[in-house]
Design a protein around this ligand. Structure first.
Ligand code: NCD
Ligand code: ZN
Length: 356
């Protein structure tokens, strides 16, 4: 890392949790992730979900084809676990380098999770193989029990599902994705080095008040939903602590404006156009800019046993306004980025040779 008064240069970062979508949406959003991240763990919750090695290879090819000319970006593919997943095929695809990790969506927990796992007992053979191979299990950590208050679903998941799972399989490599609570921070900090968590920019910047600021704010709605202020502060402390168990995962999750602003609006925040800038702002506010590189560019790669990236990226402290909307090809028309209409302090400098 190097710093001049108003710039910050760090090793090129990775995004350890991204939804790149498919079709026309993929073509529109992939470049926003590739503009600063060298690699991303690509979520498999397409319709139909990515459950086989062939589907992952095909999706990977579509992602590469959707990148802007000259982009250097490596999609890291994940397998969507279902009740009837084939443990042998999963292990083989991991051994072949096709699936970097597998994703556990509790059935009906979030967007496109209806094919998810109904009971962990159903995928026990797969989990045993993953433990033996050190293949990371990426978890959407929320119970789906409708009797549990939505703001408690992550904490209850840790108690009812995650702690027993790790007691049963203490060597399983786990990433608790997009943590939103003090409970999750404490659990991950106390767990062994085989347990880590990703943290999104939006959960570092907003609490649940943002959902109801003067009216309903669908573009602030994601799952797990933002929690109260004390949880946001715990997340900020964890992200900026230098603890290697916490690393960057944006959970960029674009939905067209009409799907968000609806009677039953989709969960998901599209933050790829502003993610690294938001993280820089948070680390700056916490007087921890010197720790951004570890969080963004080192800890995740180490957890996944992947090499660190070679290139670098420079951010400048130069205020800019986030556009209100970003155009999409018809029929979707528009999408709202995180921070729409706000001013951010930091901005990624164009790479050398970039005309933009
Ligand atoms: C994600 C999506 O839209 O695919 N939505 C979200 O609110 N984060 C799914 C997920 O990661 O939960
Ligand atoms: Zn996600």
């Amino acid at each position: 890392m190097t710093t001049a008064p108003d710039t910050l240069t760090i090793r090129r970062p990775d995004d350890w949790h991204a939804h790149l979508r498919d079709g026309a949406m993929l073509g529109r959003v992939a470049g926003y992730t590739a503009r600063c991240f060298a690699r991303a763990i690509v979520m498999p919750n397409l319709i139909p979900p990515v459950t086989t090695a062939q589907a992952a290879l095909d999706y990977r090819a579509r992602i590469l084809a959707a990148l802007p000319d000259g982009a250097s970006f490596e999609p890291l593919m994940t397998c969507y676990l279902t009740d009837d997943c084939d443990a042998d095929a999963l292990a083989r695809a991991h051994g072949d380098g096709i699936f970097v990790a597998a994703k556990l969506y509790p059935a009906h927990a979030t967007t496109n999770s209806e094919f998810g796992v109904s009971d962990l007992a159903r995928i026990r053979p797969a989990l045993e193989r993953m433990q033996r191979m050190s293949m990371p299990l990426l978890i959407h950590g929320e119970v789906t029990d409708p009797a549990v208050d939505i703001f408690d679903r992550e904490a209850v998941f840790i108690e009812r599902v995650l702690a027993p799972l790790l007691a049963d399989m203490p060597g399983l490599k786990v990433v608790l994705e997009h943590v939103t609570t003090e409970d999750a921070v404490e659990f991950v900090a106390a767990a062994g080095s085989n347990v880590a968590a990703t943290i999104t920019p939006h959960h570092l910047m907003i609490n649940r008040n943002a959902l109801f600021d003067g009216g309903m704010r669908p573009h602030m709605f994601c799952l797990p939903v933002a929690k109260r202020e004390r949880h946001r502060l715990a997340l900020r402390a964890a992200a900026t602590s230098g603890d290697q168990s916490f690393f960057l995962g944006t959970d960029t999750a674009p939905h067209a404006i009409a799907a968000k602003q609806a009677g039953c609006g989709c969960a998901g925040i599209f933050n790829a156009p502003t993610a690294l800038e938001c993280y820089a702002q948070v680390f700056d506010e916490e007087d921890a800019l010197g720790r951004l590189e570890g969080f963004a560019s080192e800890f995740g790669a180490r957890f996944y046993d992947l090499p660190l990236n070679q290139g670098s990226i420079t951010l400048a402290k130069r205020a800019w306004s986030v556009p209100e909307t970003i155009a999409l090809p018809p029929p979707d028309e528009e999408i709202v980025p995180f921070g729409a209409g706000e001013t951010l302090d930091w901005r990624v400098e164009p790479a050398e040779g970039d005309s933009a």
